[in-house]
Design a protein around this ligand. Structure first.
Ligand SMILES: Cc1cc2nc3c(=O)[nH]c(=O)nc-3n(C[C@H](O)[C@H](O)[C@H](O)COP(=O)(O)OP(=O)(O)OC[C@H]3O[C@@H](n4cnc5c(N)ncnc54)[C@H](O)[C@@H]3O)c2cc1C
Length: 414
């Protein structure tokens, strides 16, 4: 393979999007992954493009919420006891960063990315011919208690200020949108600016095929073989050594495997999450993702069935799966929607790559010339992959960045 301008390590939604943006600007690129495009974390998400997202996921503050997590009764979170000391400092930082003032500050910092996210997807979907996966039906969140709805007040106030539309719905209004739901909740809120995919893997594959059609190249290989060579970087792939002037780390939760040996140790942790597809009983169907807010899971209509996705599990990335949250939440999911038999024998497990300040790292790698970072997209990597790909391409090509890149620099942690 001829020497390229840029080698991108990681062909998840983040790496593919960055490669597409660079390739479109005439930068010759090669994408390297050890498996097929989109088969990592990007395979298993809830499929939501969150144009509406404001507040990041907060650390639980009430004694009741904390004790339910501690006693392993919570549906929304689980943890491996032996692992907690390893992320105690990271958890403490999340707690400090998600005070009411912290939530609002993060929302304002992240808004330029979320605001542009859906338009970036629409552009790529159109170019890649992936329209059949994209649905502009919004995101419905249902609330079983008045208390849960009341907690939304500050987020809704910020939505009003930011001009983000939402509709408060009665039970009847919610059922008019989703007639297969059971009226086991008290309130609904529809966020019409969100969209969703019915096959995130299909989307990654379509974007990747579009990338190849633009002259981009792709190879299977282990990112751990990345090494500095005269005039740039080299990686060993099944097609031989790939050489490039510059390299991008877009390895999601695996990024530290390559960065730590290079002396770059940023505070990334993972929040593991599960999904499981179920057949719908009878003629039941969903037209959009539904968050059961008090319980903490999402039902999403996918080509494979109804995808139930869990909240966070704090455990080592590579520890064996412990899908106890699915067991805890299934009674609630089944009383909200008529779920039938599971489609697969066991749930899927993935790891959200998360920095404690709920922002990705986009930009130059500190202390390593010609190395760039594009990872740590947390709960919203599907949403943000294309827009952060644009920001990275702006920075790498010397174009004026479409938004201030400073809040996303790695140096904020140093
Ligand atoms: C349960 C769940 C639900 C979610 N729901 C949503 C949602 O609705 N909306 C949303 O916006 N986001 C959601 N997310 C988050 C989103 O899926 C992730 O943020 C996003 O997929 C991260 O993409 P990525 O490209 O950075 O990582 P990945 O998709 O994991 O890509 C990294 C790639 O690196 C490769 N790799 C790793 N190590 C090596 C190596 N040594 N050599 C070569 N290749 C390697 C992997 O094979 C992989 O393909 C969810 C996540 C989970 C787990």
């Amino acid at each position: 393979m001829q020497k390229k301008n840029v080698v991108i390590l990681g062909a998840g939604i983040v790496g593919i999007s960055a490669a597409l943006h660079l390739q479109k600007r005439g930068v010759s690129t090669v994408l390297v992954d050890r498996q097929g495009p989109g088969e990592g974390t990007s395979y298993g998400n809830a499929g939501i493009i969150e144009g509406n997202t404001l507040f990041p996921y907060p650390f639980p503050r009430s004694a009741r919420a904390l004790s339910r997590v501690a006693l392993k009764l919570a549906t929304e979170a689980n943890y491996h006891g032996g692992f907690l000391p390893r992320i105690a400092r990271w958890l403490w930082n999340v707690r400090q960063a998600t005070t009411p003032a912290g939530l609002e500050s993060t929302a304002r910092i992240m808004r330029p990315l979320f605001e542009r996210a859906l338009a970036e997807h629409e552009e790529l979907v159109e170019a890649a011919g992936a329209q059949r996966y994209l649905h502009h039906t919004g995101w419905l969140r249902v609330y079983r208690s008045d208390d849960a709805l009341n907690k939304l007040a500050s987020e809704l106030a910020l939505a009003d200020e930011s001009g983000i539309p939402y509709q408060k719905l009665s039970v009847e209004g919610s059922l008019a949108l989703e007639p297969s739901l059971a009226p086991v909740f008290k309130h609904g809120v529809l966020w019409p600016q969100a969209a969703s995919y019915t096959n995130p893997l299909g989307v990654s594959r379509a974007f990747h095929a579009h990338y190849l059609s633009l002259g981009g190249e792709s190879a299977k290989g282990d990112a751990k073989t990345l090494r500095r060579v005269q005039g740039g970087w080299a990686v060993t792939t099944e097609e031989g050594d790939v050489h490039a002037d510059e390299a991008v780390i877009a390895l999601g939760p695996w990024s530290p495997d390559i960065l730590q040996p290079l002396g770059i140790d940023l505070p990334l942790a993972v929040k593991r999450g599960y999904h499981w597809h179920f057949a719908a009983k009878g003629n039941a169907s969903l037209s959009r993702p539904v968050l059961d807010a008090d319980v903490g899971y999402i039902l999403g209509p996918m080509e494979q069935g109804i995808r139930v996705t869990t909240g966070a599990e704090f455990a080592h990335r590579d520890a064996p799966p412990t899908p106890v949250q699915i067991g805890r939440l299934m009674p609630y999911a089944k009383n909200l929607f008529p779920l039938g038999e599971p489609v697969e024998p066991t749930p899927w497990l993935g790891s959200r790559p998360c920095f404690w300040d709920s922002r990705p790292v986009i930009g130059r790698a500190p202390g390593q010339s010609g190395l760039w970072l594009d990872y740590g997209h947390g709960h919203s990597g599907l949403t943000l992959g294309p827009v952060t790909g644009r920001l990275l391409a702006d920075l790498m090509t010397g174009a004026t960045p479409f938004t201030d890149p400073d809040p996303f620099r790695a140096e904020r942690f140093l």
